[in-house]
Design a binder for this molecule. Structure first.
Ligand code: NAD
Length: 471
């Protein structure tokens, strides 16, 4: 007897849509994307209020990092849908000259999107755009931790989309664990590496392909030739954005003792200019999402020595923008992703030592290098690996839909944004259509085999673009 689960009917409804192919036509996809666009335009204020309730996110940050990014993705998909859906012709060899060879992008079918709480609109809707544009049916599982946003996504968003191809399912770890026992055709997960492993194991049982957008510690190397104030402004902006709860935030600084001494007053100056003498009363600094994360971060404040900030208020879940110095590599703050407004500085003797330090650790989601010399930036780039890289700034690279966004190694598998999202949610089907006649020509490959036939076949099958001069 089947277990009674609240989403059984929902999944069955969506699977039926998949099997009828109803969500495949371009027009159906277009209508869904337009619905998503209307959802964002009609409910901007509601979304901003929800984000303020969950994270005390300022309207400014909600607009730039959640709503406008999602809208831009919808618009890009609407504009390019036809072009993205087009079969891609591929080069041919002599043996396939008379055939039609192309890559056909087809939807996987039923897609599960699991999202975290730190950018609860962006990280649900941006993948959703790609999944719907690619013609899939989607189950969206928002984070239960960002409760107000979860409520808007569950109560309002479905009104804008066709219920035969879209549903929101709610749940925490236990319910999501049960949901993962179901067979999906693709799973797109954003969250921690720990849960990423759970998702991948569950997917493995059905051989379901996954994208895992995970986190980690993003290093930020500051070379001795940098202007300390410019560097401090940029690092502080990206570290303290969303109260530090950003998967691509610079997690720690690597620099020399001399640079540290110059950076500290510059960081203090940036923090005071951004948030005033008492950042707790600034409307522009967010709050920690939950008591659990607040306590975890309070623990991290005990690592090294507080050079700037360090104050906290549990009632308000407020943690001051903080800079830690004299931090040991073995301390907790250097062992886990910080995910809060705390910036440790680790001293290194040289750029090569910084590269060594980075290479000893898991490959990060993002990596930053600051220097007036483009050679230095390029040497850090060449000597390391990471999901993304930005020279002389914070996570600007991820605001470009023309760049793939994703991790490598422990920071994730796969990538998305813009056309990369469409491709991620599409199966790339290899197609060759051959005329039914011409058996005299094609018959040359059949037994009985001979050296002459072999020569002919090998020549005909040579890859174009190599040394083949026959075509
Ligand atoms: P999380 O892994 O705790 O939760 C993510 C999602 O998984 C939530 O929807 C949650 O309900 C679900 N979940 C939690 N436990 C589960 C379990 N045992 N079984 C099945 N599902 C479970 O992550 P979080 O705390 O919401 O987000 C923070 C993490 O996400 C950080 O590590 C951060 O770096 C990462 N992150 C990555 C990106 C990216 O784009 N690469 C973006 C944002 C956040």
């Amino acid at each position: 007897m089947g277990r009674m689960v609240p989403w059984a009917d929902t999944l069955q409804r969506l699977r039926e849509t998949v099997s009828t192919g109803r969500a495949k036509p371009a027009e159906f996809r277009r209508v869904q994307l337009q619905g998503l666009e209307r959802f964002l335009n009609d409910n901007k204020q509601l979304l901003q209020e929800a984000l303020a309730e969950d994270l005390r996110k300022s309207d400014f940050e909600s607009e730039v990092s959640e709503i406008s990014i999602s809208l831009a993705e919808v618009k890009l998909a609407l504009k390019n849908l036809r072009a993205w859906m087009k079969d891609e012709k591929v080069s041919k060899n002599l043996a396939t000259q008379l055939d039609s060879a192309f890559i056909h992008k087809e939807p996987y079918g039923l897609v599960l999107i699991i999202a975290p709480w730190n950018y609860p609109i962006n990280l649900t809707l941006v993948p959703l755009v790609g999944a719907l544009a690619a013609g899939n049916c989607v189950v969206l599982k928002p984070s239960e931790i960002s409760r107000s946003t979860e409520k808007v996504l569950c109560e309002v968003l479905p009104r804008y989309l066709d219920p035969s191809c879209f549903a929101v399912v709610l749940g925490g770890p236990q319910e999501t664990g049960q949901l993962l026992e179901e067979k999906f055709d693709y799973i797109f997960f954003t969250g921690s590496p720990r849960v990423g492993k759970i998702v991948m194991s569950a997917a493995a049982k059905h051989l379901t392909p996954v994208t895992l957008e995970l986190g980690g510690k993003n290093p930020c190397y500051v070379h001795d030739d940098c202007d300390p104030q410019t560097t401090a402004n940029r690092v502080a902006f990206f570290r303290f954005f969303n109260a530090g709860q950003t998967c691509v935030a610079p997690d720690y600084l690597l620099c020399s003792r001399e640079m540290q001494e110059r950076l500290l007053p510059a960081l203090q100056s940036a923090i005071t200019r951004f948030f005033g003498a008492d950042p707790q009363v600034s409307p522009d600094l967010g709050r920690i999402i939950s008591d659990r994360h607040f306590q975890r971060l309070q623990g991290l404040l005990r690592c090294g020595r507080v050079a700037i900030g360090g104050q906290s208020d549990p009632q308000d879940r407020y943690i001051a923008p903080t800079v830690l110095v004299d931090v040991q590599e073995t301390e907790q703050v250097m062992q886990e992703e910080i995910f809060g407004p705390i910036l440790p500085i680790v001293m290194v003797g040289s750029m090569d030592e910084a590269i060594e330090f980075i290479r000893r650790r898991e490959k990060p989601l993002a990596l930053y290098a600051f220097s007036q010399s483009s050679q230095v930036v390029r040497r850090v780039l060449a000597g390391t690996s990471s999901g993304g890289f930005c020279g002389n700034d914070g996570f600007m690279h991820m605001t470009l839909a023309s760049l793939p966004f994703g991790g490598v190694g422990a920071s994730g598998i796969g990538h998305y944004h813009g056309k990369f999202s469409f491709d991620t949610f599409s199966h790339h089907r290899a197609c060759l259509l051959r005329p039914s006649g011409l058996e005299k020509v094609y018959g040359l490959r059949y037994p009985p085999y001979s050296p002459g036939k072999l020569r002919l076949l090998l020549t005909a099958m040579e890859t174009p673009g190599c040394s083949c001069t026959l075509l």
